[in-house]
Design a protein around this ligand. Sequence first.
Ligand SMILES: [Zn+2]
Length: 326
Amino acid sequence: MRINGLLFDGQNSRARPAALYRLGEQVILEYDGQSRTFERKDVNVLSRLGSAPRAIEFPGMMRFESSSHDEIDQVFGGLSSFIHKLENNTQLVVISVVTFVAFCVASYLWIIPATSRFVVHKIPQSYIDKIAQKMEGEWGLGESVTLAAENQDKLETITSRLTHSFPGQQVRIRPVEMDGMANAFALPDGSMMVTQPLLELLSTDQALAVMMHEMGHVTYRHGLQAMAGQMIISVLLFFTVGGGDFTAIGQNLVGLSYSRRHEREADLFAAKHLKEIGLKPSLLADGLKRIEKSVSRRREGAGGLPTFMSSHPLTEERAKYLKELD
Ligand SMILES: [Zn+2]
């Protein structure tokens, strides 16, 4: 296909009639009865600006202009013509945006959670153990600490009551030191950590309620779900918007929604199992309240360690629904 237009040779402002066509990776430019061949990569096709003549730049400051927009798009092809069509078709733009937003919302609400719930049950145990080991190393959990006799008794009571509530499930609670803070959490491999200050601070029933909540995280594999969700959002964002800053934002959003949902799931799990053994769900709220007080008193100087309350903020809403479940 030949495209007719005008050529400005860069020497003077006079325009002369010219034509160009393409042969594979070569662009042939004809003017003044002569024919010159250029490599496609040396020819710069400028984007289309409304209906103004389109410019094509050649080496040596030569500039070819033509209003045959569709022909230029056909010869040089590509994205610019697609975007231009989009620009000229408001309806198409609206539909594209709505579809994209709907896809994001669906991903956020259903696709990512459902996929990560599915994925976590396919992860081999050896890999899960490796992740847990790495986390233990990063948090400097080290060896188990020796508990004072009364705290040791408390821990044994809690472990045996949990074992009783969850027959067939291995209950592993390890006493560790974390900056002298009252803290408890579950690792992805299902083992749970608790600190001496937590056992000291809470009654046996309150500590049991807190560990029931952690059992909820273990049973639902929440830690792994969050990791899987963040991996999925990173991949999705990489393929839709190229990743970059969006990855961190997406991961934070997924992290936030997960933590809220997972805390609620673990709370309801604890509430159900506490009631089964004749205890009140509000024990969990009481325990969390105590930990919150002690942690906020110690917050200065706590360093960058994840505190119990940073992942378990006791909101009014949480305390309220736990009380209502009594
Ligand atoms: Zn939790």
